[in-house]
Design a protein around this ligand. Structure first.
Ligand code: G3P
Length: 215
């Protein structure tokens, strides 16, 4: 499973990239707003830091505006992926961009049938939001299981990109279900590494190492 980071904070991306296991980045307007910086500047910096796919979201809600923004965003760097909302116009834009060879990430997916339509439009990635489903009393990971089944049934090429990830448990379930990608907040990436028994083990090894004769 590929690991993306879900942030527009360049310092977080730089730090996470040092692990050497970061495959890409996803951003959204809320994440860019948090930085207090201009969208284009942020995306230019991110694309320089990470060679993998960097999702950049359009703000228009109608087809022509989406396609215009997509062209502007795609011109920033070759690794930009155009993020579009799961609406009728978003799906139409996805189909246009796919036909033009532009990679897309269809976002704000909350149902398997929305995901079916995105795949039929040729989306490169579909972003189901598991945390936001959990927030309203649904099981977000159940949606991932359904997408894995549906896309597998018909050999769709669209990659399942698990988004709105809040916990390491989301990541564990995603990898067990065979999702293609999970996009993780910086804090969750850190938590994947941590285990108290690892820390205790290191302490014990170091304490015992002091007892090893040196001559
Ligand atoms: O990738 C989509 C993600 O950023 C949404 O996460 O935590 O705002 O639901 P969240």
């Amino acid at each position: 499973m590929k690991i993306f980071i879900d942030t527009a904070d360049v310092d977080e991306i730089r730090e996470a990239a040092k692990l050497g296991v970061l495959d890409g980045v996803t951003t959204n307007p809320s994440l860019v707003a948090k930085t207090g910086r201009k969208m284009r500047e942020v995306l230019e910096d991110i694309c320089e830091l990470v060679p993998g796919p960097v999702s950049a979201e359009v703000l228009s809600l109608e087809l022509d505006g989406m396609l215009r923004e997509a062209r502007e965003l795609a011109a920033i760097a070759p690794n930009i992926v155009i993020k579009l909302p799961l609406t009728a116009d978003g799906i139409r834009a996805t189909k246009h961009l796919t036909d033009d060879g532009v990679r897309t990430n269809v976002t704000l997916c909350f149902s398997p049938l929305q995901a079916l339509i995105a795949a039929k439009a040729g989306a490169t990635y579909i972003s189901p939001f598991v945390g936001r489903l959990d927030d309203v009393g649904h099981d977000g990971m159940d949606l991932i299981a359904q997408l894995v089944e549906i896309y597998g049934n018909y050999d769709f090429d669209t990659q399942i990109l698990v988004a709105s990830v809040r916990t390491p448990t989301h990541v564990l379930e995603a990898v067990r279900l065979g999702a293609d990608v999970a996009t993780l907040p910086y804090a969750v990436i850190g938590r994947l590494l941590q285990h108290p028994l690892t820390d205790i083990g290191i302490e014990r090894f170091l304490a015992d190492a002091k007892k090893i004769p040196t001559s």
